[in-house]
Each structure stands twice: as structure tokens, then as C-alpha cells.
Design a protein. Structure first.
Length: 292
């Protein structure tokens, strides 16, 4: 008799799409309220406005993916609850909040992409409430994973938006050529406190999640789940190490165009390692947790 596989490979793909959607949804919020909060000289306003608009478009894509994937999953969820799709939408508060807040986030990002400042708080409200919806429903035991994922999204997602909508676009924006170094320094210095805070939250809530699934330490090296977790932790350590390098060595040198280019290169490497972490995490959450 053939043994059942540990996982269906469609499951990690679905999880990866969900992670990417969350990172694209949350990253623009961190970029707008941290990386772009620094001083704005009038001559640089056009670049900052363009960067915010690009970030809003990226956020709209992320929230749209959340809406699409949630809609695709509705029939299966309805079958599991022995009801109809309409029944789920009217009786399941978690699903109602997820779809409703994703719609709010999408509306906010579309308004922000039209360069209307009011769109940003609307988008932030939709993304944050939608991600942490279980806390509003009093399901505190199920909040650990959403907090962990949101913190990672605000950290790595913001770094991605900073690299694409900020630093990469900066080197193509000719009117700010003389101030590229100063603008890059402003954005990176604004992002650093968010990265440090969210990195700490990721560690704390990641440790809680890992322990809740492992039950005993020996499961870390004696089960497929534990071995996959070790692989993830190795790459996470690489992301943290590179982030620490950028913060301690690269950030203080900012102010010139060559220094900004160096930070952009190291950010690209950090994002590459983070992408590997996301792929491994998608496999990890699809594996059965070890038995107690």
C-alpha cells in the first residue's frame, strides 16, 4: 500500500501566493509612513510623490490578489461548513472581515494612486484590520501567526517597496541627480526603525509559533517539520545578518550616490534571501506538525 505524501505541492504554492500578497499589501504602508516621512525639500517633492504613487499601485496589486484568492477559496470553505457561498459571506465573521477589509484596502490604494493623501490611512486601516481580524473576534490563540506574518510583511515588504519604488526609481530620476545620496539616506534612515522593531516582533512570535508546533525540542531534528524549520532558520539568520550589516556599516556612510548604490545592491541580496525564506516557509506551513 502506497504511503500518502506529506503534502500536496499545490499547498505550498497557495501559501506562497498568500505571503506575497500580504507583503505587497503591507509593504507600501511601511514605505509611505516611514521611508517617506523624512524631510521634503520642495525641489524633491515630485520624486516623493511619484514614489508614493508607485507604492500605492503595488499595494493595490497585493490587496487585489488577497481578494481573488479569498474568493477562489469560498466554495471549498462553504463545503467544509456545509453551507453555500452566500451562507459563508453572511454568517462567518472572519471571512466577512477578510473580504470587506481587503475591499477597503483596495479602495484606499486606488485613491492613493491618484495622489490623494486620504487614500493612505484608508488603505492602512483595511490591510491592518484585515490581517489582524481574529483579534477583533476575540480569537487570541490564533493571533500569533497573523502578527508574525504582518511583522514580516512590514519589514521585508517595505524593504522590497523601498528597493523598487524608492531606490531603483531614484537612480532613473534625472531632476534629483545632485541629491540622490541625500534622498536615499532619508528613505533608508526612515525605514531603519521599522525594520529593527518588526525584526524583533518576527523573532518573538516566530519562536512562539515554532514551539507551539514542535511540542518537544527533539522534534526539531527528528521530524520533517523540524528539519524544514532548521533550513528556514538558517536563511533567516542570513537575512538578519545582512540587515545588521546594512544598519551598522552601510547606513552611516549614506549621503553620496555611490553609497546609495551600495545599499541598493545589499538590499537586493537581502530580498533574495528573504524570497528563499518565503519559499521554505510555504513548504513548512503545509507540512503536518509533529505530534505532542
Amino acid at each position: 500500500m502506497q504511503a500518502e505524501p506529506l503534502l500536496q505541492w499545490s499547498d505550498p504554492v497557495k501559501e506562497l501566493i498568500g505571503f506575497l500578497a500580504l507583503f505587497l499589501s503591507a509593504g507600501p504602508i511601511g514605505f509611505r509612513y516611514f521611508a517617506l516621512k523624512s524631510r521634503r525639500i520642495e525641489t524633491d517633492r515630485a520624486f516623493y510623490d511619484d514614489a508614493a504613487q508607485r507604492a500605492a499601485i503595488m499595494g493595490a496589486i497585493g490587496v487585489a490578489i488577497v481578494l481573488i484568492t479569498a474568493s477562489i477559496q469560498l466554495p471549498a470553505l462553504a463545503a467544509k461548513k456545509h453551507t453555500t457561498v452566500g451562507g459563508v459571506l453572511t454568517t462567518d465573521p472572519a471571512t466577512m472581515l477578510q473580504i470587506g477589509m481587503a475591499a477597503v484596502g483596495l479602495i484606499g490604494y486606488l485613491i492613493a494612486s491618484a495622489r490623494k493623501w486620504i487614500g493612505w490611512p484608508i488603505a492602512a486601516f483595511g490591510v491592518l484590520v484585515g490581517t489582524l481580524r481574529l483579534a477583533l473576534l476575540g480569537q487570541w490563540s490564533r493571533v500569533v501567526n497573523p502578527v508574525h506574518s504582518l511583522a514580516a510583511g512590514l519589514w521585508i515588504g517595505t524593504l522590497f517597496v523601498l528597493a523598487v519604488a524608492g531606490l531603483s526609481a531614484l537612480f532613473k530620476h534625472e531632476p534629483t541627480r545632485a541629491r540622490r545620496g541625500a534622498i536615499a539616506a532619508d528613505m533608508v534612515n526612515g525605514f531603519s526603525p521599522l525594520a529593527l522593531t518588526m525584526g524583533g516582533v518576527v523573532v518573538v512570535f516566530g519562536a512562539i509559533t515554532g514551539w507551539r508546533h514542535l511540542h518537544v525540542l527533539s522534534n526539531l531534528w527528528s521530524t520533517p517539520y523540524g528539519l524544514t524549520l532548521i533550513a528556514k532558520l538558517c536563511f533567516v539568520a542570513g537575512v538578519f545578518a545582512l540587515g545588521a550589516w546594512n544598519w551598522r556599516r552601510q547606513r552611516p556612510t549614506l549621503g553620496s550616490e555611490p553609497a546609495a548604490a551600495s545599499v541598493k545592491r545589499s538590499a537586493t541580496i537581502e530580498l533574495t534571501l528573504a524570497a528563499v525564506v518565503l519559499i521554505i516557509t510555504s513548504v513548512l506551513v503545509s507540512l503536518p506538525a509533529p505530534k505532542a
